[in-house]
Design a binder for this molecule. Structure first.
Ligand code: SAH
Ligand code: SF4
Ligand code: F3S
Length: 462
């Protein structure tokens, strides 16, 4: 049984938020979020706290007095980027009287903390993924004690679940809800179990309460998040399938999505709940990682090529309109040309809607780091390009199928690239841009699809 952070401790943090507010300083903050949707959801919590302190969010570092890096350690290039940005801030730190905070998955890695201590004196506060709720206290201590040296508070034990601190949601109609945190799978390439700790599930009552409140407030779509959502296990006798069924009953919520499930934990009861629901998205993310049973075994994924294909078949039998997306790692240690062909074979057979592709990146402390047979960079890139060509072709084909059809979409907001256009999403997750009045935002409408542009479709109101 996972403990929650005691109510008194949350109250304590709310008091720190109020104390900061009464300091009356007008500060701007800027938050830089890297990595996955879990980090984005954590950033919504940090923004919620900062807004409640009376601070204003800005998009550019230049105008900020508080900067937070919410970091990701999944691949090497994510790490390199953040150190580059830290370097850039050195010059404006003094001018802006800036407090620089370093948070997220990278802070859980001891070698990163050492590097900051040695070479990045501009960082004022370092906190990890387990104690994010203590941010108000850390910030208050920094603000009220000018001489205080850098605050470093990173826990290497699993944090407890916490409820009740403010969240600043990016959208009124769509909400991300973390249902579990951490991972017990230890895939041999992956850093996540080391930086996010063991699996902890939120209690269903807390999740249902939150979603009910969101629905009353006009939210239409929820995205359930966790490193491994289908091993959601808050207590004996209550599973991910139970949670989906309970959420399905909430009036006002029209679309339920989740990510990421693990193929080895995708049980028949979950397939049944999706099949019987009108709200749960038919786009199922089913991370493959490799199509070779030999590579899958050394990745410690817990399924073979055949078991994966069989799972997809069972899903399709019960949910004929299911569509699949996936994650694939190219160039895992020991991957032969034959193994890679197996991956291409599965990609062809699965006819994925979308493939998220990654070149294998060595992570310190993982089992794969010490494996034999690391693949040279040129072979990794060559395989990556071949997989990409196959996936791009499939994407184009799948997008072509939409042209000429009428699709029911949820209007999300203004298009990011063209303010005169609105952007919407089909139930299969395709972006559709169209011209229309702004009061359609948050509504479900029908659009006729007139053309496809690789990453998005263009539609018109008929
Ligand atoms: N829990 C999720 C994955 C989260 S990480 C799952 O199991 O599906 C997102 C993706 O990053 C993974 O699916 C994997 O494809 C990729 N990834 C993880 N570690 C990696 C590494 N060391 N190198 C390259 N890609 C990696
Ligand atoms: Fe990483 Fe595997 Fe856990 Fe996903 S399931 S977070 S890939 S260890
Ligand atoms: Fe990155 Fe941490 Fe997510 S390592 S992918 S931000 S869980």
């Amino acid at each position: 049984m996972i403990n929650k952070v005691p109510e008194s401790e949350i109250q304590n943090q709310i008091e720190y938020i109020n104390k900061i507010k009464t300091l009356g300083e007008k500060r701007n903050y800027c938050i830089n979020t890297m990595g996955c949707k879990l980090n984005e959801a954590d950033s919504e919590k940090l923004c919620g706290m900062l807004d409640s302190m009376g601070y204003t969010q800005v998009e550019e570092f230049e105008y900020a007095n508080i900067v937070i890096f919410n970091t990701c350690s999944i691949r090497e290039n994510a790490e390199e980027k953040v150190f580059g940005k830290l370097g850039e801030l050195k010059n404006i730190k003094e001018k802006n009287n800036m407090i620089i905070c370093f948070a997220g998955c990278m802070s859980q890695e001891p070698h990163v903390i050492e590097k900051i201590k040695k070479s990045y004196s501009q960082v004022d506060i370092i906190f990890g993924t387990h104690n994010l709720y203590k941010f108000p206290e850390m910030l208050y201590n920094k603000l009220t004690n000018n001489n205080q040296k850098r605050i470093v508070d990173v826990w290497d034990i699993d944090g407890e679940i916490y409820e009740g601190l403010p969240i600043k949601r990016q959208s009124k109609t769509q909400a991300s809800i973390i249902i579990m945190n951490g991972c017990n799978n230890f895939c041999s390439y992956c850093i996540v179990p080391y930086v996010r700790g063991r699996e902890r599930s939120r209690q269903p009552e807390d999740i249902l309460f939150e979603v009910n409140e969101l629905a009353k407030d006009g939210c239409k779509e929820i995205l359930l998040l966790g490193q491994n959502v289908n091993s959601y296990n808050p207590r004996e006798g209550y599973s991910f399938a139970n949670l989906l069924a309970d959420l399905d009953k909430i009036d006002g919520i029209d679309i339920i999505k989740f990510t990421s499930p693990h193929p080895k934990d995708f049980k028949a009861d979950v397939i049944d709940v999706i099949a019987n629901s009108k709200k749960i998205s038919r786009v199922i993310h089913l991370p493959l990682q490799s199509g070779s049973s030999k590579v899958l075994q050394s990745m410690n994924r817990g399924y073979t090529k055949e078991e994966y294909l069989d799972l997809a078949k069972r899903i399709k039998e019960k949910i004929p309109d299911a569509l699949f997306t996936t994650d694939i790692i190219v160039g895992f240690p020991g991957e032969t040309e034959e193994d890679f062909e197996d991956t291409l074979d599965v990609v062809r057979k699965m006819d994925y809607e979308q493939v998220f592709m990654f070149i294998y990146s060595v992570r310190k402390g993982t089992r794969a780091e010490k494996m034999e047979g690391h693949i040279p960079e040129d072979i990794k890139s060559e395989r990556f390009n071949r997989l990409k060509a196959l996936a791009d072709g499939m994407l184009e084909e799948s997008m072509n199928k939409y042209v000429g059809t009428t699709q029911r979409v949820l209007v999300e907001g203004e298009s990011k690239t063209n303010k005169d256009m609105l952007t919407a999403r089909t139930s299969s997750n395709k972006i559709v841009n169209f011209e229309g009045p702004k009061d359609l935002i948050g509504k479900e409408i029908e659009l006729k699809i007139v053309s496809q542009h690789v990453w998005y479709l263009k539609g018109i109101i008929e």
